[in-house]
Design a protein around this ligand. Sequence first.
Ligand SMILES: [Zn+2]
Length: 142
Amino acid sequence: MICAKHRGEGPLEGELVGQTPWLSVWHAPAEADGRTRLGHLIVESDQHAPHLADLTEDEATELGRLRTRLASSLREATGADFVLAAVIGLGIAHFHEHIYARPTREPNDVAWHDSDQLLPLVDDEAVRGLAERLRGALQGIA
Ligand SMILES: [Zn+2]
């Protein structure tokens, strides 16, 4: 799915927040009803790399800086207490990292990997607004 998107094929999913020399940042796509959980980002490598272990030194260096910049901006923009990051890759063998807000630690029965269920469901306009606010985080990353 991600590779098809990079080739310019298939439906464009999610809102593009921006790009750095080696990476692209997307807001997560809408759910079936057209609304989106606000504050779930996905960072992808532009070159094909299946998993975290396959990134180049340049990509890894940029990812480290970008992740922290995005976390700071996402926390400020959403008011969330936490920003989580996860690289899973069990479903799609093209590197991508999830970076997502969690408003509060509680409720404790919502697991860390379900944290986006605590985010507000919003329309496209709200997603574009957040993406615009986050673009500054990408400045000067190289
Ligand atoms: Zn790929």
